[in-house]
Design a protein around this ligand. Sequence first.
Ligand code: HEM
Length: 278
Amino acid sequence: MAEVNYNDLVLKELNYNSYLKLPELLSLQEEISQPKHHDEMFFIIIHQAAELWFKLMLHETETLVESFRDGMVSRALKALKRITRAMNLQVQQIRMLSTLTPVEFAGFRNFLRPASGFQSAQWRIIEFTFGVREPFFLRFFEKMPEIRGRLEDILKHPSVYDECLRCLHRDDHPIPEEVRERDFSKPWVMNEELVSVIQDVYESPKEHYHWVLLFEAMIDLDEAFELWRKTHAVMVNRTIGFKTGTGGSAGYNFLKSRENTKCFPELWEVRNRIGGTH
Ligand code: HEM
């Protein structure tokens, strides 16, 4: 007897629920606390929702990189805007955690060990892809060889920042060779000459306004990342104080030490130069 193709059935009966696979999606929130703690559902949903938005950010990042490769600055701008909106939404999501009191969180926190945000593959892919490349974080994927391999592979290739600067170079803004040909696996090193190139762009808006808009959109994204890190750190402090994290870090103090991490350092540095140094 021929096998029934259930996918076909779903397509024939396409509706809101089947298109969005809601039966599957809505059955993925499984508490592990015993007895079930009321607030664990909130904790699971807020993380799952964040991971869905991370997925969208990575999806849009493909368009962003492609746009840089094709020299389409305005298309890159559009992709950046959506990515930034999604990141800003994460800041608001983290704020929702102010509705979880320390007592409520303590009621199920021990069941979660040793799971930790350090193991968020998508977050680490986002950081590595945009240019924050700290090999320290690879250790959290030792037991996930596929993810670790993907992260190592990202380190071998240009970041979003590298792609942007290559695009700028092809548009007749000479990017220093040591920047273009750098070892992608190494953390970024601030380049003075590059700051001057960016300053020239900012100071000739009539000729280069599309680049000025793009740089400002990149600053918007870096700002959103920073706000997320700060908001997450403060939320951690109010929820678990100065306790260590379930991933073994120093918790709030560790998160605070990363707050000012930048994806596009020269775009920030140029602000010290524009209009004089005082
Ligand atoms: C009660 C809620 C939360 C607490 C207490 C908390 C706590 C922590 C702590 C202590 C760390 C440091 C790593 C460790 O030692 O485990 C961390 C990292 C992280 N958390 Fe959270 N977190 C919470 C909610 C969230 C949410 C909703 C997200 C959304 C995705 C998230 C994503 C992350 C990520 C991506 C990291 C890695 C940060 C980095 O690499 O700098 N966390 N979290």
